[in-house]
Design a protein around this ligand. Structure first.
Ligand SMILES: Cc1ncc(C[n+]2csc(CCOP(=O)(O)OP(=O)(O)O)c2C)c(N)n1
Ligand SMILES: [Mg+2]
Length: 267
């Protein structure tokens, strides 16, 4: 039987299928594999890290060394691995909760230090795996499992947080824009320093169902599309129209010295 060209990067049938039907996180696995394939990433030198959550399962499927285990603690692991074995390529797959709720403090300091890792955040705007609770990314007014009368809080702009914390490559796309997302993941993987790619994605089961009153993945994608604008489009829009829109593009691509730990560790 003919296999998908990216199948060679996956553990052959040894894991059950985990993602819900129409899940955007599974698309992000596909985007990463495509990007990795196009730049001939050496999977023997790859360490994929996930915390806990639907997104955190991404690396588990890959034929590489992977770590999966503690919610919000991907960056401490990545720091240890990178300092001990700087030749390895460390890629983190984090949910929005993993990255900026429980793991938020690690994020700002990894960015500040310019740790040489790539962090791909699947922002499905909710705590997907645990049943659709409000996250620090959940848009205002929408209903979630924990905000039955509508979310009263203001969400983080993940890319602004990464930029102001010092990340040296920062981009945001959506699962509605696969080509641009793959392009930015490629750049992030080739970047030296802390590269951060946010991909806003649909969670039909736990965000769509409650916040958008639909568990249809296409309708969820349409909603993401309607609420997105590229940097160029955003430049023509009024600040009022831009409130709660996902601005898409590459925000930063600069170089500065990467974090190498103390000189003792690197001797
Ligand atoms: C220390 C700790 N706190 C809380 C949890 C419960 N928990 C598991 S996954 C999760 C949220 C997942 O949300 P996110 O990181 O956005 O990933 P998603 O499932 O949406 O991809 C939470 C709160 C946990 N496993 N460990
Ligand atoms: Mg999430």
């Amino acid at each position: 039987m003919k296999k998908h060209p990216l199948w060679k990067y996956l553990r052959d049938g040894s894991l059950p299928h985990f993602f819900c039907s129409g899940c955007g996180v599974a698309q992000i696995l596909n985007f990463f594999l495509k990007a990795a394939d196009e730049i001939s990433l050496d999977f023997d030198k790859l360490v994929g890290i996930g915390g806990v959550g639907c997104t955190a399962r991404i690396p588990v499927y890959m034929k590489a060394d992977v770590l999966h285990g503690v919610h919000g603690r991907t960056l401490p692991w990545a720091t240890g691995i990178k300092l001990h074995k700087p030749d390895l390529k460390v890629v983190i797959f984090a949910g929005d909760g993993d990255a900026v709720a429980i793991g938020g403090n690690h994020l700002i300091h990894a960015a500040r230090r310019n740790l040489d890792v790539t962090m791909i955040v699947a922002n499905n705007l909710t705590f997907g795996m645990t049943g659709g609770q409000m996250a620090p990314t959940t848009p205002p007014t929408v209903k979630t499992a924990t905000t039955p009368y509508g979310n009263q809080e203001t969400p983080f702009d993940l890319c602004k947080l990464a930029v102001t914390s010092g990340a040296t490559f920062v981009a945001r796309w959506t699962t509605h824009k696969p080509k641009r997302a793959i392009q930015s993941i490629k750049k992030a993987l080739l970047h030296e320093g802390f590269s951060f790619v946010e991909i806003v994605c649909q969670c039909p089961t736990n965000f769509g169902r409650r916040a958008l009153s639909t568990d249809d993945a296409v309708e969820c994608l349409e909603w993401i599309k309607e609420n997105s604008a590229t940097i160029r489009q955003a430049a023509e829009m009024s600040p009022e129209t831009l409130v709660n829109k996902f601005v898409l593009g590459e925000f930063v691509d600069v170089n500065r010295p990467v974090f190498a730990g103390s000189s003792v560790l690197n001797k």
